[in-house]
Design a protein around this ligand. Structure first.
Ligand code: SF4
Length: 380
């Protein structure tokens, strides 16, 4: 996790962006951070996990002041702590029963390669063979992969910078622990490989980014860039397919349809970003020439449910709807394990709506011969 209180210009959590698009660092440094309920939830989960892990390791720590807490958060942070303790045990076994050096929520600097830089590692353990870094991700939206993960590599470099005179490890294990979507992603590399990446890729990119140099490059990392809605490079790349001259002036060929499909997600995510940006500006008082804010659709709500119930009862009308609660809601209350034991036999997952994805997607291709998809055709 990135430092909870301060962010540096070339921080680990934004490294994928500034390594691939170095000028984005200076371009966005004065832009306001948009905080969200999800970020606040993540920050609370990290504080709770830090507390529980320190307790489990026998360290003295005060219970954190949480602004968000749920049973789910309690369970997920418990599972994170169990996972970390297992990793400590495995390093202990590797080193003939000697306990590894461990640190929780530990700030490191990687300024050997990136000027004025620092970041906070959720958990690290080291002995003379292995360095293991674990990053807790509490998000649900994007599945994070540990393989070649720039943030984790940077944190490992910070740990190397700090620990190299004490420990002589060569094996580096980097793990993303993302409990809410059951994602535990681990990638193994070596100190030699990491130091080579630091010299060949990280340092040159950081030097360029620090000076505001380099070229703008649009890619998946734009999703987390504060300039994503107004960046000209992103706009150019997202929309360039629409400016293309197609062969037949009237109709698209199959190849041309595939070319557009390949860019469809990027185009729609860019269009959503620019719409959100324009609405946020309008709410801030900006008057756009051709657009205005109006009230959107809304649904009616009772202002005083107690009074409504009384009125309905007086008129012999049942005020209650006895609908069963949703699966997600019940699972949240019972916890995943208890839900499985008690109710798994009564759960059926119907056929999902057919979705067109890239051939590289891991899901198996649908067999149209054995399945009836007419119901989905009729829906359209
Ligand atoms: S939106 Fe993308 S291309 Fe534009 S500055 Fe940000 S990272 Fe670079």
């Amino acid at each position: 996790m990135e430092d909870k209180k301060q962010h540096c210009l070339l921080g680990g959590s934004s490294a994928e962006r500034w390594i691939n698009c170095p000028p984005s660092a200076r371009l966005t440094e004065d832009m306001e951070d948009v905080t969200s309920i999800f970020a606040e939830e993540g920050s609370n989960a990290h504080s709770l996990a830090e507390y529980k892990l320190n307790k489990a390791l026998g360290n003295n720590i005060e219970y954190p002041k949480l602004t968000i807490f749920s049973k789910e958060m309690d369970e997920y942070t418990d599972s994170y702590v169990s996972f970390v303790l297992e990793q400590i045990e495995s390093l202990k076994e590797e080193d003939s029963g000697n306990a590894p050096y461990v640190m929780v929520e530990h700030q490191v600097s990687y300024d050997k390669w990136v000027r004025d830089s620092y970041g906070t590692i959720d958990f690290l353990a080291a002995n003379n063979k292995t360095l293991h870094i674990i990053d807790l991700k509490y998000g649900l939206g994007v599945k994070v992969d540990a393989t070649e993960n720039s943030q984790l590599k940077i944190y490992a470099l910070g740990a190397i910078q700090e620990l190299e005179c004490l420990y002589d490890f060569e094996k580096i294990i980097l793990t993303i622990y993302q409990p809410r979507i059951g994602n535990v992603s681990t990638w193994e590399t070596t100190k030699t490989e990491l130091l080579k990446w630091a010299e060949d890729v990280l340092k040159p990119a950081a030097d360029l980014a620090d000076k505001g140099g380099g070229i703008f490059r649009s890619g998946p990392w734009c999703k987390f860039c504060k300039a994503k809605a107004i960046c000209k490079e992103r706009s150019k790349v997202a929309l360039e397919i629409l400016n293309q001259e197609f062969r037949n002036p009237a109709l698209l060929s199959d190849n041309e349809i595939e070319e557009i499909l390949l860019k469809a997600d990027d185009i729609s995510s860019y269009l959503n970003d620019i719409k959100d940006f324009a609405v946020a500006k309008a709410l801030d008082g900006k008057k756009w020439i051709n657009f205005k804010l109006v009230e959107g659709r809304s649904t009616r709500k009772f202002t005083d449910e107690g009074s409504v119930i009384n009125v309905l009862k007086e008129n012999n009308i049942n005020p209650y709807d006895t609908k069963l609660r949703s699966i997600t809601d019940i699972e949240k209350e019972l916890g995943k394990a208890k839900f499985k034991t008690l109710l798994d036999n009564f759960v059926n997952k119907p056929q999902g709506k057919p979705t067109l994805v890239l051939r590289s997607d891991k899901r198996e291709e649908l067999n149209l011969v054995n399945t009836d998809f007419d119901v989905f055709k009729e829906e359209k």
